[in-house]
Design a protein around this ligand. Structure first.
Ligand code: ADP
Ligand code: MG
Length: 280
């Protein structure tokens, strides 16, 4: 009886236990897909078929595969823009039923409001969520992406690379724990792209969001990610996953490392087979 009475007391854990509980809490995946399939209306075959994936808090995952293999579809499922036809998506262990302010999204083509200054674009999210100083928050983020000096410019006056950086600042302005990116550097020239990849890693290092980064570029995936998830085409499934153990911070030189080249070759072999399947 006495034991039962003790158990019934509300348990207030001492601080060190709170901390260890928080750490144990990180074992709950930040994002997970459970047997997710997506079939578009009018299509016989699913675009994505029975995909299960767990992404840890703070992890940087690249979703890699040939065009048409279902990468964007999966990213839209993660973002809550598209409901799976089967299976479910969990954000911090809770079923996701629509877009969440916990996820920032960046697309290939920037989606900045052309009628707002750079600063107002970035302040938009914090303002909508009722943050106390939206412009201050925006300026901080613009600083983080090295663009504080163009805060008052119109988006249209910036280069493609700068516009994408503003897009990243905007996606991160409300400090979402998850950043979803769909080929964000796909429209940039090779040099800008390479600089942007290093820039993204430095931002990630500072803010440590959980990242899902969609790309069809093998080098980009290996350079950026902790884990590369290679997709099969028709229907979209996970072909293989690769852990990428290169130490951080990473600089572009890591691409000359024999281990990097070996991994690239291994993944390229899989992608070649998959690209052929979906080539029409
Ligand atoms: N809105 C849609 N309606 C019908 N089919 C679609 C739609 N969006 C994508 N698909 C199809 O789903 C498959 C996967 O597309 P997508 O996810 O865009 O691939 P990826 O991003 O890897 O290039 C393709 O066969 C594509 O034609
Ligand atoms: Mg796509």
């Amino acid at each position: 009886m006495a034991e039962l009475a003790i158990d019934a007391q509300p348990f207030v854990p001492p601080l060190h236990l709170v901390e260890s509980t928080a750490r144990a809490g990180e074992a709950v995946p930040r994002l997970s897909l459970e047997h997710v399939s997506v079939t578009f209306r009018g299509r016989e075959r699913p675009a994505v078929d029975d995909v299960s994936l767990e992404i840890r808090s703070g992890e940087f995952v690249a979703l890699l595969g040939p065009s048409g293999c279902g990468k964007s579809t999966l990213l839209n499922v993660f973002a809550g823009f598209k409901a799976p036809s089967r299976g479910r998506v969990l954000l911090e262990g809770q079923a996701l039923t629509g877009p969440s302010s916990k996820c920032g999204v960046v697309f290939q083509k920037h989606s900045l409001f052309p009628w707002m200054s750079v600063l107002e674009n970035v302040a938009f999210g914090p303002r909508r969520l009722g943050f106390p100083d939206p412009r201050g928050v925006a300026l901080e983020l613009l600083n983080a992406v090295g663009l504080a000096d163009v805060a008052n410019a119109w988006p249209s006056s910036l280069s493609g690379g700068m516009q994408q950086r503003v897009g990243i600042a905007r996606a991160l302005a409300t400090r979402p724990p998850v950043l979803l990116m769909d080929e964000p550097f796909g429209a940039l020239d090779a040099q800008t792209r390479s600089l942007m990849q290093e820039e993204l890693l430095s931002i990630w290092d500072r803010l440590k969001p959980t990242v899902v980064f969609v790309t069809h570029d093998i080098e980009e995936a290996i350079f950026l990610a902790d884990r590369v998830v290679v997709m099969e085409a028709l229907p979209g499934r996970i072909a293989r996953e690769f852990n990428i153990p290169f130490p951080r911070p990473r600089a572009a030189e890591v691409m000359d490392d024999p281990a990097f080249i070996e991994r690239r070759r291994e993944i390229a072999d899989i992608i070649r087979v998959e690209a052929r399947k979906s080539f029409r």
